[in-house]
Design a protein around this ligand. Structure first.
Ligand code: B12
Length: 211
Protein backbone atom coordinates (compact mmCIF):
# COMPACT_ATOMS: atom_id res chain seq x y z
CA UNK A 1 0.00 0.00 0.00
CA UNK A 2 1.38 3.44 -0.91
CA UNK A 3 2.02 5.96 1.81
CA UNK A 4 -0.93 8.08 0.64
CA UNK A 5 -3.21 5.05 0.83
CA UNK A 6 -1.85 4.43 4.33
CA UNK A 7 -2.72 7.97 5.40
CA UNK A 8 -6.18 7.60 3.89
CA UNK A 9 -6.70 4.25 5.67
CA UNK A 10 -5.59 5.65 9.04
CA UNK A 11 -8.05 8.53 8.72
CA UNK A 12 -10.81 6.09 7.78
CA UNK A 13 -10.05 3.86 10.76
CA UNK A 14 -9.63 6.87 13.06
CA UNK A 15 -6.10 6.01 14.11
CA UNK A 16 -4.66 9.41 15.01
CA UNK A 17 -1.15 8.21 15.96
CA UNK A 18 -0.69 6.27 12.74
CA UNK A 19 -2.18 9.10 10.68
CA UNK A 20 0.46 11.41 12.18
CA UNK A 21 3.28 8.88 11.64
CA UNK A 22 2.43 8.25 7.99
CA UNK A 23 1.95 11.96 7.33
CA UNK A 24 5.39 12.60 8.82
CA UNK A 25 6.86 9.86 6.62
CA UNK A 26 5.18 11.35 3.54
CA UNK A 27 6.77 14.72 4.37
CA UNK A 28 10.18 13.10 4.84
CA UNK A 29 9.75 11.34 1.50
CA UNK A 30 9.23 14.74 -0.08
CA UNK A 31 5.62 14.36 -1.23
CA UNK A 32 3.90 17.66 -2.07
CA UNK A 33 1.85 19.01 0.82
CA UNK A 34 -1.16 19.45 -1.47
CA UNK A 35 -0.90 15.77 -2.48
CA UNK A 36 -0.72 14.63 1.14
CA UNK A 37 -3.72 16.81 1.89
CA UNK A 38 -5.92 15.92 -1.08
CA UNK A 39 -4.98 12.31 -1.81
CA UNK A 40 -4.37 11.25 1.80
CA UNK A 41 -6.18 13.17 4.51
CA UNK A 42 -9.15 14.59 2.58
CA UNK A 43 -9.53 11.38 0.57
CA UNK A 44 -9.94 9.47 3.84
CA UNK A 45 -12.46 11.94 5.17
CA UNK A 46 -14.44 11.70 1.94
CA UNK A 47 -14.73 7.93 2.35
CA UNK A 48 -16.00 8.35 5.89
CA UNK A 49 -18.42 11.01 4.62
CA UNK A 50 -19.91 8.55 2.15
CA UNK A 51 -20.21 5.80 4.76
CA UNK A 52 -21.81 8.20 7.24
CA UNK A 53 -24.34 9.21 4.61
CA UNK A 54 -25.22 5.55 3.97
CA UNK A 55 -25.44 4.77 7.69
CA UNK A 56 -22.49 2.42 7.44
CA UNK A 57 -20.70 4.32 10.21
CA UNK A 58 -22.02 6.60 12.94
CA UNK A 59 -21.00 9.80 14.72
CA UNK A 60 -18.26 8.26 16.95
CA UNK A 61 -16.44 6.84 13.89
CA UNK A 62 -16.75 10.16 12.10
CA UNK A 63 -15.36 12.00 15.13
CA UNK A 64 -12.44 9.62 15.34
CA UNK A 65 -11.72 10.07 11.65
CA UNK A 66 -11.91 13.85 12.06
CA UNK A 67 -9.45 13.66 14.97
CA UNK A 68 -7.06 11.52 12.91
CA UNK A 69 -7.34 13.98 10.06
CA UNK A 70 -6.58 16.93 12.36
CA UNK A 71 -3.50 15.10 13.67
CA UNK A 72 -2.21 14.74 10.12
CA UNK A 73 -3.12 18.34 9.32
CA UNK A 74 -1.07 19.50 12.31
CA UNK A 75 2.01 17.88 10.74
CA UNK A 76 1.68 19.68 7.41
CA UNK A 77 0.30 22.98 8.69
CA UNK A 78 3.74 24.55 9.40
CA UNK A 79 4.83 23.58 5.89
CA UNK A 80 1.90 25.36 4.34
CA UNK A 81 1.89 28.36 6.64
CA UNK A 82 5.56 28.67 7.51
CA UNK A 83 6.96 29.72 4.17
CA UNK A 84 7.61 33.22 5.52
CA UNK A 85 5.29 34.83 2.99
CA UNK A 86 4.46 38.51 3.32
CA UNK A 87 1.01 39.10 4.79
CA UNK A 88 -1.41 39.79 1.96
CA UNK A 89 -4.39 40.84 4.02
CA UNK A 90 -6.62 39.84 6.92
CA UNK A 91 -9.45 37.32 6.69
CA UNK A 92 -11.82 36.50 9.57
CA UNK A 93 -13.64 33.20 9.13
CA UNK A 94 -16.09 31.21 11.20
CA UNK A 95 -18.77 28.51 11.05
CA UNK A 96 -22.26 29.92 11.58
CA UNK A 97 -24.37 29.68 14.71
CA UNK A 98 -25.81 26.24 15.35
CA UNK A 99 -23.19 24.52 13.22
CA UNK A 100 -20.27 22.60 14.71
CA UNK A 101 -18.54 21.46 11.51
CA UNK A 102 -15.04 22.89 11.24
CA UNK A 103 -12.88 20.52 9.20
CA UNK A 104 -13.52 22.35 5.93
CA UNK A 105 -13.19 25.77 7.55
CA UNK A 106 -9.86 24.74 9.08
CA UNK A 107 -8.62 23.62 5.68
CA UNK A 108 -9.61 26.95 4.19
CA UNK A 109 -7.70 28.66 7.03
CA UNK A 110 -4.61 26.57 6.37
CA UNK A 111 -4.65 27.33 2.67
CA UNK A 112 -5.22 31.05 3.23
CA UNK A 113 -2.39 31.18 5.75
CA UNK A 114 -0.23 29.30 3.30
CA UNK A 115 -1.05 31.89 0.67
CA UNK A 116 0.14 34.67 2.98
CA UNK A 117 -3.04 35.89 4.67
CA UNK A 118 -3.41 36.56 8.38
CA UNK A 119 -6.48 34.58 9.41
CA UNK A 120 -8.64 35.20 12.47
CA UNK A 121 -10.45 31.96 13.36
CA UNK A 122 -13.89 32.70 14.81
CA UNK A 123 -14.45 29.03 15.58
CA UNK A 124 -17.71 27.12 15.27
CA UNK A 125 -21.24 28.06 16.35
CA UNK A 126 -20.32 31.70 15.75
CA UNK A 127 -23.22 34.16 16.10
CA UNK A 128 -23.52 37.22 13.89
CA UNK A 129 -22.15 39.41 16.71
CA UNK A 130 -18.88 37.51 16.70
CA UNK A 131 -18.30 38.38 13.03
CA UNK A 132 -19.11 42.03 13.76
CA UNK A 133 -16.79 42.09 16.77
CA UNK A 134 -13.98 40.68 14.62
CA UNK A 135 -14.44 43.56 12.17
CA UNK A 136 -14.00 46.07 15.03
CA UNK A 137 -10.97 44.31 16.48
CA UNK A 138 -9.05 43.03 13.47
CA UNK A 139 -10.18 45.15 10.49
CA UNK A 140 -10.31 42.25 8.01
CA UNK A 141 -10.68 42.92 4.29
CA UNK A 142 -12.52 39.62 3.88
CA UNK A 143 -15.04 37.73 6.00
CA UNK A 144 -15.43 33.99 5.40
CA UNK A 145 -18.55 32.12 6.43
CA UNK A 146 -18.85 28.34 6.54
CA UNK A 147 -21.98 26.17 6.93
CA UNK A 148 -22.39 22.42 6.50
CA UNK A 149 -26.07 22.01 7.35
CA UNK A 150 -29.01 23.03 5.20
CA UNK A 151 -30.62 24.24 8.44
CA UNK A 152 -27.75 26.60 9.27
CA UNK A 153 -26.94 27.94 5.83
CA UNK A 154 -29.84 30.36 6.26
CA UNK A 155 -27.77 32.02 9.00
CA UNK A 156 -25.33 33.07 6.31
CA UNK A 157 -27.77 35.56 4.85
CA UNK A 158 -28.08 37.31 8.22
CA UNK A 159 -24.33 37.46 8.70
CA UNK A 160 -23.77 38.83 5.18
CA UNK A 161 -26.40 41.54 5.73
CA UNK A 162 -24.98 42.50 9.14
CA UNK A 163 -21.40 42.63 7.85
CA UNK A 164 -22.36 44.73 4.84
CA UNK A 165 -24.39 47.09 7.08
CA UNK A 166 -21.40 47.56 9.37
CA UNK A 167 -18.82 48.01 6.61
CA UNK A 168 -19.80 48.02 2.94
CA UNK A 169 -16.21 47.64 1.77
CA UNK A 170 -15.62 44.25 3.33
CA UNK A 171 -15.82 41.35 0.89
CA UNK A 172 -17.70 38.26 2.05
CA UNK A 173 -16.95 34.74 0.85
CA UNK A 174 -19.06 31.69 1.68
CA UNK A 175 -18.65 27.95 1.42
CA UNK A 176 -19.53 24.54 2.81
CA UNK A 177 -20.99 21.42 1.22
CA UNK A 178 -24.62 22.60 0.85
CA UNK A 179 -23.71 26.08 -0.40
CA UNK A 180 -23.97 26.77 -4.14
CA UNK A 181 -22.81 29.71 -6.25
CA UNK A 182 -26.47 30.56 -6.86
CA UNK A 183 -27.22 30.63 -3.12
CA UNK A 184 -24.10 32.71 -2.50
CA UNK A 185 -25.17 35.36 -4.97
CA UNK A 186 -28.78 35.32 -3.71
CA UNK A 187 -27.66 36.18 -0.17
CA UNK A 188 -25.38 38.97 -1.37
CA UNK A 189 -22.00 37.29 -0.83
CA UNK A 190 -19.15 38.51 -3.01
CA UNK A 191 -17.59 35.11 -3.54
CA UNK A 192 -18.07 31.35 -3.27
CA UNK A 193 -15.56 28.52 -3.37
CA UNK A 194 -16.13 24.77 -3.47
CA UNK A 195 -12.80 23.89 -1.86
CA UNK A 196 -9.94 25.36 0.12
CA UNK A 197 -7.65 26.00 -2.82
CA UNK A 198 -10.39 27.84 -4.71
CA UNK A 199 -11.09 29.88 -1.56
CA UNK A 200 -7.59 31.33 -1.92
CA UNK A 201 -8.17 32.12 -5.61
CA UNK A 202 -11.46 33.88 -4.85
CA UNK A 203 -9.90 35.88 -2.00
CA UNK A 204 -7.00 36.95 -4.21
CA UNK A 205 -9.40 38.00 -6.94
CA UNK A 206 -11.64 40.01 -4.62
CA UNK A 207 -8.73 41.86 -3.06
CA UNK A 208 -7.10 42.56 -6.43
CA UNK A 209 -10.38 44.09 -7.54
CA UNK A 210 -10.44 46.49 -4.58
CA UNK A 211 -6.82 47.64 -4.81
C1 B12 B 1 -17.41 15.22 9.90
C2 B12 B 1 -18.91 15.41 9.95
C3 B12 B 1 -19.48 15.65 11.20
C4 B12 B 1 -18.67 15.80 12.48
C5 B12 B 1 -18.07 17.20 12.50
C6 B12 B 1 -16.65 17.22 13.10
C7 B12 B 1 -15.97 18.53 12.86
N1 B12 B 1 -15.12 18.87 13.80
O1 B12 B 1 -16.18 19.22 11.86
C8 B12 B 1 -19.78 15.58 13.58
C9 B12 B 1 -19.88 14.11 13.93
C10 B12 B 1 -19.64 16.41 14.84
C11 B12 B 1 -21.05 15.92 12.79
C12 B12 B 1 -22.22 16.25 13.39
C13 B12 B 1 -23.41 16.44 12.70
N2 B12 B 1 -23.61 16.28 11.37
CO1 B12 B 1 -22.14 16.13 10.10
N3 B12 B 1 -20.98 15.54 8.75
C14 B12 B 1 -19.70 15.32 8.77
C15 B12 B 1 -19.27 14.84 7.35
C16 B12 B 1 -19.17 13.32 7.39
C17 B12 B 1 -17.98 15.40 6.78
C18 B12 B 1 -17.89 16.92 6.78
C19 B12 B 1 -16.46 17.27 6.46
O2 B12 B 1 -15.69 17.56 7.36
N4 B12 B 1 -16.11 17.16 5.17
C20 B12 B 1 -14.72 17.35 4.72
C21 B12 B 1 -14.45 18.83 4.45
C22 B12 B 1 -13.01 18.96 3.93
O3 B12 B 1 -15.33 19.30 3.43
P1 B12 B 1 -16.28 20.58 3.62
O4 B12 B 1 -16.65 20.76 5.03
O5 B12 B 1 -17.35 20.56 2.59
O6 B12 B 1 -15.30 21.84 3.30
C23 B12 B 1 -14.75 22.11 2.02
C24 B12 B 1 -15.64 23.01 1.14
O7 B12 B 1 -17.01 22.89 1.42
C25 B12 B 1 -15.10 24.39 1.33
N5 B12 B 1 -15.53 25.22 2.45
C26 B12 B 1 -15.96 24.88 3.67
N6 B12 B 1 -16.18 25.96 4.43
C27 B12 B 1 -15.89 27.03 3.69
C28 B12 B 1 -15.95 28.39 3.98
C29 B12 B 1 -15.59 29.30 3.00
C30 B12 B 1 -15.64 30.75 3.33
C31 B12 B 1 -15.19 28.85 1.72
C32 B12 B 1 -14.86 29.83 0.67
C33 B12 B 1 -15.11 27.48 1.42
C34 B12 B 1 -15.47 26.58 2.42
O8 B12 B 1 -13.70 24.15 1.48
C35 B12 B 1 -13.53 22.98 2.29
C36 B12 B 1 -12.20 22.35 2.01
O9 B12 B 1 -12.09 21.83 0.72
C37 B12 B 1 -20.48 15.33 6.47
C38 B12 B 1 -20.72 14.52 5.19
C39 B12 B 1 -20.09 15.16 3.97
N7 B12 B 1 -19.67 14.32 3.08
O10 B12 B 1 -19.99 16.36 3.85
C40 B12 B 1 -21.62 15.25 7.48
C41 B12 B 1 -22.84 16.17 7.32
C42 B12 B 1 -22.42 17.59 6.94
N8 B12 B 1 -23.40 16.18 8.66
C43 B12 B 1 -24.70 16.11 8.67
C44 B12 B 1 -25.51 16.06 9.82
C45 B12 B 1 -26.99 15.86 9.61
C46 B12 B 1 -24.95 16.21 11.10
C47 B12 B 1 -25.70 16.19 12.43
C48 B12 B 1 -27.03 16.97 12.45
C49 B12 B 1 -25.88 14.71 12.78
C50 B12 B 1 -26.74 14.41 13.98
N9 B12 B 1 -27.85 13.82 13.69
O11 B12 B 1 -26.38 14.75 15.08
C51 B12 B 1 -24.67 16.80 13.40
C52 B12 B 1 -24.82 18.34 13.51
C53 B12 B 1 -23.94 18.96 14.55
C54 B12 B 1 -23.95 20.46 14.42
N10 B12 B 1 -24.80 21.15 15.16
O12 B12 B 1 -23.22 20.99 13.60
C55 B12 B 1 -25.27 16.10 7.26
C56 B12 B 1 -25.87 17.42 6.83
C57 B12 B 1 -27.15 17.24 6.01
C58 B12 B 1 -27.68 18.53 5.59
N11 B12 B 1 -27.84 18.68 4.29
O13 B12 B 1 -27.97 19.42 6.35
C59 B12 B 1 -24.03 15.62 6.42
C60 B12 B 1 -24.02 16.13 4.97
C61 B12 B 1 -24.06 14.07 6.44
C62 B12 B 1 -25.28 13.48 5.74
N12 B12 B 1 -25.22 13.21 4.46
O14 B12 B 1 -26.28 13.26 6.34
N13 B12 B 1 -20.82 15.83 11.46
Amino acid sequence: MSILEQIKEQVISGNANKAREYTESAVVEGLAVSTILNDGLIAGMNVIGGRFKNNQVYVPEVLMAARAMHTGLAVIKPLIAGAGLKEKGVVAIGTVKGDLHDIGKNLVIMMLEGAGYKVIDLGVDAPREKFLQAIEEHHPQVIGISALLTTTMTQMKEVVAAVKAQCGEIRVIVGGAPVTPKFASEIGADGYAADAASAVDVTNRLLEATT
